[in-house]
Ligand binder design. Structure first.
Ligand code: ZN
Length: 455
């Protein structure tokens, strides 16, 4: 590809500060960044350019996933009619057998699938580190690099085993010292704070019912000390609410506030059971919520109050969550489900299609602290963008292409660029062989179903 690429003639949805849309526009990409975004067709200037015809397409920012557990790609289809706690109890023993090979294969397939749904930045929350499992975090970072997406890895953890009143079995929990040491090492090894970063790292203890108070407090201290972001699951179920009130005498949000876990550098996954007081606290502190509508529905956990969060001014992004609770893992479908579920509960004005697309792009970038570089199609930003084909049988002629994207079936992707480099072309991954990813995922899943006898 030449240094200059022009995508010409597409409908351009920028997500810039004015939320500009060009019914026919063009975008000039120079190296890894966007040079310009303009209305109308491209007028040749004599410069050497690679011209891509975007006629019949809509061009959007690349989608940003803000909550996931890639290793779960190898454990899809378990406990399919269970509550969260039943589902966790069934899966913890299976997850306890993962290692860096399983995680690498699962992550490659999961990231590949996300790229094919228009996702250019993939966040992962990895919190299962079995003894002798090898470098599982390194394995998923390598897999994301092979597919070609931007990656936000978080070093998760669990230190509250069943014998101490927690949910996970004792053999998958670590000590606080192990966790803090390994988290600091992961930041040192992989976190890149530079504007051109392809990998960043955050700190992410698993949830209030699988980690100790001391770990939450120390994790926040470590993250602030290193200038990285904080993430965990919160307010996913009423069981968690009961657990926090019984054990700590506080609602989950107040418990987290008492431990220094609120602020613009923090985002929580799910946030379903926040009351008005909690929503006000999130907005006041700039704490974000990763809304995962499909996973929440799959586990029957409820629906996040997106309308109220947005009205209050709290940052909202979207997440597919792990594939064990969302076998589809399409970020574009999360935007659709966000709209449908919000309206089913809150009426026709509860969430607009453009608000959902914003949550899937700029909103997600904001949660990851990356909105200065990604999340919108603007001059100077990273060239992370999607070109969706809107002239096939399922979308041809639709009056509003954004509605086609959000309310219709996911369209084929003509092109996905990450840092100006093609990751998807003609609806297929460019940099890796899809059939090899599928074989790896099957092998990893099979190994977890039939683990080799120990000893
Ligand atoms: Zn999760």
């Amino acid at each position: 590809m030449s240094e200059l690429t022009v995508i010409d003639g597409a409908t351009v949805v920028t997500m810039d500060p004015d939320r500009t849309e060009h019914s026919v526009g063009h975008v000039v990409v120079e190296g890894s960044r966007i040079r310009s975004v303009s209305a109308g067709r491209y007028a040749p200037t004599g410069e050497d350019v690679a011209l891509i015809d975007g006629t019949g397409c809509v061009l959007t920012p690349g989608l940003v996933n803000t909550h996931h557990h890639l290793y779960q790609w190898a454990t899809r289809g378990y406990a399919v009619d269970a509550t969260l706690f039943e589902w966790l109890t069934a899966l913890y023993p299976v997850w306890g057998a993962i290692d860096e090979r399983v995680v690498g294969q699962a992550a490659a397939a999961g990231v590949g699938r996300l790229a094919l749904s228009g996702c250019t930045t993939v966040m992962d929350h990895h919190y299962v580190f079995p003894r002798n499992g090898g470098d599982v975090l390194g394995a998923e970072i390598a897999a994301a690099g092979d597919v070609g997406v931007r990656f936000f890895a978080t070093r998760g953890s669990m230190d509250l085993g069943r014998s101490d009143g927690g949910l996970p079995p004792d053999h998958v929990v670590e000590s606080i010292d192990q966790i803090l040491g390994a988290t600091a090492a992961a930041i040192d090894a992989h976190h890149d704070a530079s504007p051109d970063a392809m990998v960043r790292v955050g700190v992410a203890p698993c949830s209030p019912f699988s980690v100790t108070t001391d770990l939450l407090r120390e994790a926040a201290r470590l993250a602030r000390d290193r200038g990285v972001r904080l993430h965990t699951h919160l307010a996913e179920t009423l069981d968690e609410d009961d657990f926090c009130r019984e054990r700590f005498g506080q609602a989950p949000i107040d418990y987290m506030e008492s431990l220094g876990w609120l602020g613009p550098d923090v985002w929580f996954a799910h946030g379903i059971h926040f009351d008005d007081n909690a929503i006000g606290t999130l907005a006041r502190t700039g704490t974000g919520v990763a809304h995962c509508p499909s996973s929440n529905a799959r586990l029957g956990a409820g629906v996040c109050r997106t309308r109220d969060l947005l009205d209050a001014g709290a940052p909202v992004g979207l997440g597919v969550d792990g594939a064990a609770s969302n076998e589809a893992t399409s970020l574009l479908e999360e935007a659709r489900h966000a709209v449908l579920f919000a309206r089913a509960l809150g009426g026709p004005t509860a969430l607009g299609v453009r608000q959902a697309l914003e949550a899937a792009t700029l909103g997600g970038a904001r949660l990851l602290g990356w909105a200065d570089q990604i999340g919108s199609v603007e001059a100077g930003k990273q060239a992370d963008l999607c070109v969706w084909r809107m002239d096939t049988l399922v979308h041809a002629g639709i009056a509003d292409p954004v509605a086609g994207l959000v309310l219709g079936a996911p369209p084929p992707l003509d092109l996905v660029l990450v840092a100006g480099r093609a990751v998807v072309r003609d609806n297929h991954l460019v940099r890796v062989e899809e059939s090899a990813l599928a074989r790896g995922a099957a092998e990893a899943s099979e190994r977890l179903r039939h683990p080799a006898p120990v000893g």
